[in-house]
Design a protein around this ligand. Structure first.
Ligand code: ADP
Length: 356
């Protein structure tokens, strides 16, 4: 169907009027030249009241300096994208909006004005602030709970040890067995609390001013894993690694958790082989930790990054189910991503990206 110019204009006007966003146009002196239905709803002015008026009637006094800067950019042909600011309604109340403003050209390409799309973001800003507040409360709670629970746990551990050391002779076989359960439970609780504390500690942090040598972070992780590497006869190697904009402790923790898992979830029939590598793709570093272990079934490759998510019982493999959650939290704080590629019994390759 071919539309006439009039039909095309009518269609365009209908589209503009049916938009949920306020769509306004103005000339290069900042005088309003068009005003759609959503602009009426958002700002409270009817189009007859504002067309021909300066756009500054929408700007609160303390933001008036924004308009000359915007007009200047438009005259140069530049767009203003998702500029978050405050504007004023007819009744004087303020609203938070996101503005996208583009220059409008005439048939000869000369800039003659601007079209402005204003989206009300008051609601989404409020929800975001509430989310941040409740997240902060939850984190504070998790931190205090894991911190404060360590004290009574220490008491249970110490008295359990005293009982085992000094009074085991007075217990029958059943008593010794029960005491053993109690001590293992306390040990497991200690691992859980330590990991939970480590998780809550990875909160917002300053971006590092220096780069860290990933080779040193790797070597330190390997040193900390020394006993499990020698007990399992693991062959752990790394290709040359880069300098990356991260904190040493975070990168070391990533290597330690991933290499530690590669050894823990080994194939019982072969000694573990673990290879750490990195390559750069555009402005992102991609690290990988590859193993020849038991692997992970495809349906579990996402869940394992969740808090306390484990695929095995504590009697099969020790752990808290927090190691990968800690890795994910660290990587995401740097704006990166972590994932795994694996097939059951064919090893796993954990990959994480860090923007440079
Ligand atoms: P944990 O090791 O304490 O259970 P993690 O968060 O480190 O907790 O890992 C979650 C689960 O992911 C593990 O229980 C295990 O089932 C699986 N997993 C992690 N790393 C590997 C690996 N290299 N090979 C196979 N399975 C793994």
């Amino acid at each position: 169907m071919i539309l006439t110019t009039d039909e095309r204009l009518a269609l365009l006007a209908a589209i503009v009027d049916s938009s949920d966003d306020a769509i306004i146009s103005k000339d290069l002196d900042g005088i309003i030249t068009s005003w759609n239905k959503s602009a009426e709803r958002l700002f409270g002015y009817a189009s007859e009241e504002v067309i021909g008026q300066p756009i500054t009637i929408l700007i609160p006094p303390d933001r008036l300096q924004e308009e000359p800067v915007i007009l200047d950019r438009l005259r140069k042909g530049e767009r203003v994208d998702h500029f978050e600011t405050i504007r004023r309604r007819k009744d004087g109340t303020l609203l938070e909006i996101s503005l996208t403003i583009s220059p409008v050209r005439d048939g000869k390409g000369t800039i003659v004005g601007a079209s402005k799309i204003a989206r009300d973001i008051t609601g989404s800003k409020r929800i975001m602030a509430e989310l941040q507040r409740s997240n902060a409360i939850l984190e504070e709670f998790a931190y205090s709970a894991s911190h404060d629970l360590q004290e009574p746990l220490r008491t249970v551990k110490i008295f359990g040890e005293i009982l085992m050391r000094r009074h085991a002779d007075h217990l029958d076989a059943e008593g010794v067995r029960v005491l053993g359960h109690l001590q293992r439970g306390a040990k497991r609780m200690e691992t859980l609390l330590n990991d939970l504390l480590a998780y809550t500690r990875v909160t917002k942090f300053e971006k590092p001013s220096d780069r860290v040598d990933a080779n040193l972070a790797y070597e330190s992780a390997v040193q900390n894993l020394g006993s499990s590497i020698s007990e399992s006869n693991a062959n752990v190697t790394a290709n040359p690694l880069p300098l990356v904009p991260m904190h040493f402790a975070h990168l070391q923790q990533l290597f330690q958790n991933l290499i530690g898992n590669a050894i823990k979830y080994r194939n019982p029939e072969t000694a573990p082989i673990v290879i750490v590598s990195a390559r750069r793709d555009a402005s992102v570093w991609h690290f990988s930790v590859e193993d020849n272990g038991i692997g992970i079934a495809p349906e579990f490759t996402q869940v394992i990054f969740g808090l306390f998510k484990r695929l095995h019982r504590a009697e099969e493999y020790s752990g808290s189910g927090l190691g990968l959650a800690i890795c994910q939290r660290i990587v995401e704080q740097y704006g990166g991503r972590i994932w795994v590629e694996s097939k059951p019994l064919q090893g796993a390759t954990f990959r994480f990206s860090i923007p440079d």
